[in-house]
Design a protein around this ligand. Structure first.
Ligand SMILES: C[S@@+](CC[C@H](N)C(=O)[O-])C[C@H]1O[C@@H](n2cnc3c(N)ncnc32)[C@H](O)[C@@H]1O
Length: 225
């Protein structure tokens, strides 16, 4: 569980370098992960989609591209990140805390959240809000980092996460500590079956998980029945 003031300030500090840093650190693979989410959403087009913790809008922009005619709203509580999303072409953004969304019940067909839930102060509280704003039969899709299952791959990944990544990101952004924080959040965030249990304990059904790139990220999908 994270301190919202720290999170907001940390993202405000790196807002203008966030996209570049992501692509460098993931060797561009993060683009493919978000495309995969957009592809999962696209058969339902046209619909209304809320991308929570949209940041600089990468995931919402992919969905906007793949789902012409759909209404895609990106929400975030960090204004400098939302300004980046607007600059990059996201048409509708809303400044809002994911724990208190300014939308009525049963409003969206799809709610997505990419690399956002992990940064929130109350994961269950956020999932409850996602459930509330989704319409009945609507889908939740979460994309986030996870830890690989295998012993060796987990060890190698941890070395990259805690040693290499903060050093490289520190060089690009000048904010090494923000990326040390990233590793800590990944360690403490539930992944795999534990994440499915958390999602279902907040009312969702038919939870599925799709590990990506050897399990360093996972897409979770679930339905509000
Ligand atoms: C790692 S970025 C993810 C951005 C984008 N979704 C992506 O795929 O790259 C995390 C975002 O979550 C936002 N965030 C964290 N806690 C939040 C909350 N309680 N309400 C709204 N946004 C939040 C931060 O401001 C930040 O923009």
């Amino acid at each position: 569980m994270q301190d919202p003031k720290y999170v907001k300030d940390a993202f405000a500090d790196i807002a203008d370098k966030y996209v570049l840093t992501n692509h460098v650190l993931s060797f561009g693979v993060d683009i493919l992960w978000r495309r995969k989410v957009a592809k999962m959403v696209s058969p339902r087009n046209p619909i209304n989609v809320l991308d929570i913790a949209t940041g600089s809008g990468d995931l919402a922009l992919e969905i906007q591209k793949k789902c012409p005619g759909s209404e895609v709203i990106g929400s975030d509580f960090c204004e400098p990140m939302l300004q980046q999303a607007n600059k990059r072409g996201l048409e509708r953004t809303v400044l809002a805390d994911a724990l208190h969304l300014p939308f009525s019940e049963d409003h969206f067909d799809v709610v997505t959240v990419g690399f956002g839930l992990r940064n929130m102060a109350d994961w269950s509280g956020a999932l409850t809000e996602m459930f509330r704003v989704l319409s009945s039969g609507g889908w939740l899709i979460i994309l986030d980092f996870s830890l690989p299952e295998g012993f060796i791959s987990r060890k190698l990944y941890r070395f990259y996460l805690h040693k290499i990544l903060p050093a490289v990101a520190g060089l690009i952004t000048g904010k090494r500590s923000a990326y040390q924080y990233l590793g800590e959040t990944i360690e403490s965030f539930p992944s795999g079956k534990d994440m499915c249990t958390l999602i279902e304990s907040n009312g969702f059904n038919r939870t599925k998980l799709h590990p990506l790139s050897g399990g360093i990220a996972t897409i979770y999908s679930a339905e509000k029945k």
